[in-house]
Design a protein around this ligand. Structure first.
Ligand code: ZN
Length: 205
């Protein structure tokens, strides 16, 4: 589930680079609600944004709401809307269709409504590698508002003497990433080796 450092913070999804034609599999059981070119229907902020995306509504729900997973920029897809797919079933292949700098898959998780304004951090939904986990939290003002773009350093235990991982709190005000309803996070770092961490936030220099 690794992505470009913090890249998902600035554009709704996680980008995972892979060679052109790498098979893409359904991440969970669900029903295809969109598959094919987005030149007629805006699946992202505009038409022709995700090129050939596939959107799957998962069989499972989250807090009584539908969950959608979008895989974008495919070179081709092998599924059609209405089709039920199972976890691990191929749904397409990695490409660079739409607005993409190179072959990669853009992964979005949308909660409640299948549109670009209902994305949450997909790292919450990607299974960590064995022996790894995800740290999520919030950096707040004294009156409880999220502080945007705060640099964070993660010091691994048991000594906590040098930082090894870095992140930023979410950019605010543009609705780019919606915090999880339950966790209310404004930062998240995935695929950390299991263990204790000290997190240091630098506010106003
Ligand atoms: Zn992307």
């Amino acid at each position: 589930a690794s992505t470009g450092q913090g890249a998902y913070l600035v554009h709704h999804g996680a980008d995972i680079a892979n060679p052109l034609g790498t098979p893409l599999y359904a991440p969970a059981d669900g029903t295809v609600v969109f598959a094919g070119p987005d030149d007629q229907v805006a699946v992202g902020p505009t038409t022709n944004f995700f090129g050939i995306p596939v959107v799957i509504e998962l069989d499972r729900r989250y807090r009584d709401q539908p969950v959608y997973v979008l895989l974008g920029h495919m070179s081709s897809t092998t599924v059609t809307p209405g089709q039920h797919v199972q976890r691990g079933q191929q749904v397409g292949a990695v490409g660079s269709t739409g607005i993409a700098l190179g072959p990669h898959v853009h992964v979005e998780v949308r909660i409640g409504v299948n549109d670009y304004d209902h994305t949450v951090n997909p790292e919450f939904w990607l299974e960590p590698l064995a022996g790894h986990g995800t740290v999520a939290g919030r950096v707040l003002t004294a009156d409880g508002r999220h502080l945007p773009e705060v640099p964070l350093l993660f010091y691994p235990g048991p000594n906590f003497n040098s930082p090894r991982y870095y992140a930023y709190t979410y950019i605010d005000g543009l609705g780019l990433i919606n915090p999880d309803e339950q966790w209310g996070e404004n930062f998240l770092l995935s695929d950390l080796p299991a263990g204790d961490y000290l997190v240091e936030a630098t506010v106003n220099g």
